[in-house]
Ligand binder design. Structure first.
Ligand SMILES: Nc1ncnc2c1ncn2[C@@H]1O[C@H](COP(=O)(O)OP(=O)(O)OP(=O)(O)O)[C@@H](O)[C@H]1O
Ligand SMILES: [Mg+2]
Length: 258
């Protein structure tokens, strides 16, 4: 079976007027297997969203190979559109439509047969626990509810690959737990899951594999145990093992606190 995501040696450059191009991604290699949650952990501006734009075919790398579900995004956008669900960093909802209407519109747009739409929408609402607010306008939702609705939209499509760009940014602890549980289940169903985050705890809790990126480059990758095993624990702190925090600091020289 092909990997969910297979990126090798990818470079992305943004042209700048009167200056050398900016390298948003440099020699980046990312592999994500089906049935696993792969976390891309990196600070602001490290290239996480840029990478997602490469996966969806919105950006073409100047160098490197990109395969998503074994296909080249630029050449197979139509097929990938129906098999890859993306929850973007900025929640894309119609604020004037209710939660149910947002989901129904999405289902129609992505070709869910009419006679299945009602059921699929109801299931999605239940999945993200928005039953009480299903017929309220999305524009009246809190940030966390909007994130959950966006997640419901993505999961409704039963994608082979789910890509989430900072799924719990600004989400409260309770909603975060609900979202995390769904993400884990999605991987357990055999789907590929790639999520970006700059929350250590999120990577720690969810990542079967964690890939740390900084300034558009891979700095480390592995399971949490693999990553923490190679980093010496800090002397002054009594902990049995280094934490992901220590790993991040070790490789990037940056202290990224939650
Ligand atoms: N269209 C563009 N033109 C020029 N530079 C861009 C463009 N898009 C992104 N960049 C730059 O590329 C770098 C990576 O941006 P990106 O949005 O991928 O970061 P990120 O890791 O998603 O950050 P965050 O955690 O803040 O969402 C940044 O320095 C950004 O300014
Ligand atoms: Mg981003």
């Amino acid at each position: 079976m092909t990997a969910a995501i297979d990126l090798v040696g990818v470079d992305v450059e943004f042209k700048r007027r009167g200056r050398a191009p900016f390298h948003a991604l440099s020699d980046l290699t990312v592999r994500a297997e089906r049935g696993q949650v792969t976390c891309l952990l990196g600070p602001n501006g490290s290239g996480k969203t840029t990478l997602i734009n490469v996966l969806t075919g919105l950006l073409t790398p100047t160098v490197g190979e990109v395969k998503v579900l074994g296909l080249i995004p630029r050449q197979n956008r139509r097929e990938l559109l129906s098999r890859v669900a993306v929850v973007p960093q900025e929640t894309a909802l119609y604020p004037e439509l209710t939660a149910r209407e947002n989901l129904t519109f999405h289902a129609g747009y992505y070709g869910v047969p009419r006679d299945q739409q009602k059921r699929r929408v109801a299931e999605a609402i239940e999945l993200v626990q928005l039953q009480q607010r299903a017929d309220d306008r999305a524009g009246t939702f809190s940030g966390g509810m909007q994130r959950r609705l966006a997640l419901g939209k993505a999961l409704m499509m039963a994608p082979d690959l789910l890509v989430l760009d900072e799924p719990t940014l600004g989400v409260d602890v309770q909603s975060r737990e609900a979202i995390w549980a769904r993400i884990r289940e999605t991987a357990a169903e055999g789907r590929g899951v790639l999520l970006t985050t700059n929350y250590m705890e999120e990577a720690q809790r969810l990542g079967d594999r964690v890939i740390i990126i900084d300034r558009g480059r891979n700095v480390a990758a592995g399971t949490i145990d693999e990553l923490t095993a190679v980093v010496p624990e800090p002397e002054q702190v009594l902990r049995p093992q280094a934490s992901l925090q220590d790993v991040f600091l070790h490789y990037t020289g940056r202290d990224l606190r939650d």
